[in-house]
Design a protein around this ligand. Structure first.
Ligand code: ADP
Length: 189
């Protein structure tokens, strides 16, 4: 049996999105990526998109209240009832606490936080390559460095937060996509 209420934690470029996609296929539960949802909101020109764009372009975090609203709404949709893979949320202590509240209200507490451990220089290289392929507006070197720093300052402390809750599993995030997928699967057992 695999846990199905999951959170993937790791710096930008750690492979959260790639592993989340594998889990979507393997477990039949949705990926909830606040980054994807915010990019869609920017593209659609919604109020949320208008609020988020300037932060995203700089590689700064979008304000908690905006992101928490987006995540809360998504988690309340019926397909998330059978499980979910959170990717890129929470990124701050306030977001983590809001997530706990939301899942508590829904009666579906988080079962696992998988922290992907990667080498920083390697992920900066990966992101620079992705910049060339996908042309994401925030994949330039200055923004990438800023996103790394933001991760260390604001998001990395969540490793301890989830360790204290007893749901943390640390997984070596270096290697092939397949190798890492096997390790993630083991961490969910
Ligand atoms: P990456 O993990 O490569 O930085 P994401 O797609 O997860 O990419 O996020 C892109 C940007 O979207 C972030 O730099 C940030 O501006 C915004 N964002 C996404 N998720 C959050 C969040 N949980 N809190 C605040 N900002 C967020």
């Amino acid at each position: 049996m695999s846990a199905t209420r999951l959170l993937l934690l790791g710096p930008p470029g750690a492979g959260k999105g790639t592993q989340a996609q594998r889990l979507v296929e393997g477990l039949g539960i949705p990926q909830i990526s606040t980054g994807d949802m915010l990019r869609a909101a920017v593209a659609a020109g919604t109020e949320v998109g208008r609020l988020a764009k300037e932060y995203m372009d700089r590689g700064d975090l979008v304000p908690d209240e905006v992101v928490i609203g987006v995540a809360r709404e998504r988690l309340a949709q019926p397909d998330a009832g059978k499980g979910f893979i959170l990717d890129g949320f929470p990124r701050t202590r306030a977001q983590a606490e809001a997530l706990d509240d939301t899942l508590g209200e829904l009666g579906t507490p988080l079962e696992r936080c998988v922290s992907l451990l990667v080498n920083e220089d390697e992920v900066v290289d990966r992101l620079l390559k992705r910049a060339g392929i996908e042309g994401r507006a925030d994949d330039n070197e200055a923004t990438i460095r800023n996103r790394m720093q933001v991760y260390k300052d604001q998001t990395e402390p969540l490793v301890a937060y989830y360790r204290d809750k007893g749901v943390l599993r640390e997984v070596d995030g270096m290697g092939s996509v397949d190798e890492i997928a096997v390790r993630v699967e083991e961490a969910l057992a």
